[in-house]
Design a protein around this ligand. Structure first.
Ligand code: GDD
Length: 387
């Protein structure tokens, strides 16, 4: 793979955010790195792949999409499917596990599957700092962020160094391969053990409910969240910035070390909150992950070659996503009073009554993941380890 060499960046205390770089070639065999580019061989990428878990959150998606995503993830990486799919009246989780077993049988691919609502998670999390993950029914709450956090606990406890996230509602397996390769290359391009790779797309589009294909340059939610997050930083800094181009990056990866040192937000606030909390903790104050850190936390933004073709939800879903995304800024120490007012107006304009509340879970820390996962594994009847 060839990517542009990360260059220009902005520093926010101990946080360094790079201007987006681009993927230049998917296979750079025979090319040489130069001052502007980085070339990674198959062997280099495979070594990083082996140290990576790719977490795939899924909730009631067509099996064919999940299959394409899982099969497109490079063989050396461990795939962790975190499913919040229904079990009644039909057992979709069971179908997912059977399909994953069949992939494993034919390819030998290492795949882990867990059901987000497994009572064994409830038991394992009770009495730990992550107990707030549990709802009143004693089960892990629904939400993409909640599912990703379970995936992070599993990846960390397996001793893997990197954690990549790839949504399961992707119609294009080729793009999934590119996202994975880009994560590996991104981690090779940065120096810090606490780093994050966030993807942006040249185009994104919908296939469902559209008669005329139309590929948008930017997502409807990302455009808004990027604008408000940049405005929050600009106001605090007294200097305008447009550095953030990946506020809602559903496809992103982080070192597992960073994953356990950061707080996590629930639902779809998870991605913008990662940047918000890093800015709060590494710039405005010095708290984990930045409290005892000599170097910087690095955030690399990369534009892929592939467009993102996924299931597109309706207007109500978009309004909710704008609400929770802006809530992550609204409720943070980053937001000034005038920006809070502007966010409130934007959320109402999007069709919501008010800025929603949000769930924030504390950093898992370095010892809890192993303890929680051990308790979970010994108790679960639904946990599936293939390979
Ligand atoms: N485990 C789990 N639990 N998975 C979930 C849940 C849940 O409660 N809810 C949704 N998912 C899965 C979906 O099946 C899908 O694979 C993925 O999470 C993303 O959910 P979508 O509902 O398809 O999100 P989206 O396409 O509107 O938004 C995506 O892109 C945004 C940026 O454009 C998400 O990745 C957002 O987080 C992201 O901000």
């Amino acid at each position: 793979m060839i990517i542009e060499r990360p260059g220009e960046f902005e520093s926010y205390g101990k946080l360094r955010i790079y201007r987006p770089v681009k993927v230049l070639e998917l296979d750079g065999t025979g090319a040489d790195s130069d001052p502007n580019t980085l070339v990674y061989s198959h062997a280099m990428l495979a070594d990083t792949a082996l140290r990576t878990a790719i977490v795939v959150p899924v909730k009631d998606e067509e099996l064919v999409k999940l299959r394409g995503v899982v099969q497109a993830i490079p063989h050396p990486s461990t795939v962790i499917v975190v499913s919040a799919s229904r079990r009644e009246p039909t057992d979709v989780y069971r179908d997912e596990v059977d399909m994953l077993s069949e992939i494993h049988r034919r390819t030998g691919k290492r795949i882990i599957a867990t059901w987000q609502r497994d009572p064994a998670w409830g038991e394992a999390l009770k009495g730990t700092p992550l107990e707030p993950l549990l709802g009143e029914d004693g089960l892990v709450r629904y939400g993409k962020g909640e599912g990703m956090l379970l995936g992070a606990l599993l990846a960390y406890s397996m001793g893997l160094d990197y954690l990549g996230l790839i949504d399961s509602d992707n119609f294009s397996p080729g793009s999934v391969l590119e996202y994975s390769l880009t994560y590996y290359a991104g981690f090779l391009a940065v120096e810090s053990e606490l780093s994050m790779v966030r993807l942006k797309w040249p185009y994104k589009g919908k296939l469902e409910s559209s008669e005329i294909p139309y590929l948008r340059k930017r997502g409807r939610v990302s455009t808004v969240t990027n604008e408000y997050l940049n405005a929050a930083i600009s106001r605090r800094r007294g200097l305008e910035t447009i550095i953030v181009e990946t506020a809602n990056s559903g496809e992103h990866a982080l070192t597992t070390k960073l994953a356990v040192r950061m707080p996590w937000a629930g639902g779809y606030a998870v991605e913008p909150y990662q940047l918000v909390s890093l800015l709060e903790r590494c710039w405005l104050t010095l708290e984990p992950p930045c409290d005892d850190l000599e170097g910087a936390v690095e955030v690399l933004q990369v534009e892929t070659l592939s467009p993102h073709i996924h299931s597109e939800r309706g207007e109500e879903h978009i309004a909710k996503m704008i609400g929770v995304s802006l809530a992550s800024i609204y409720w943070s120490r980053l937001a000034t009073e005038d920006l809070r007012e502007a966010i409130r107006e934007k959320v109402v304009e999007a069709g919501l009554q008010d800025v929603p509340s949000m769930m924030i879970y504390p950093p898992p820390g370095e010892t809890w993941p192993n303890r929680i996962v051990k308790a979970f594994e010994s108790n679960s009847e639904l946990y599936t380890v293939l390979g």
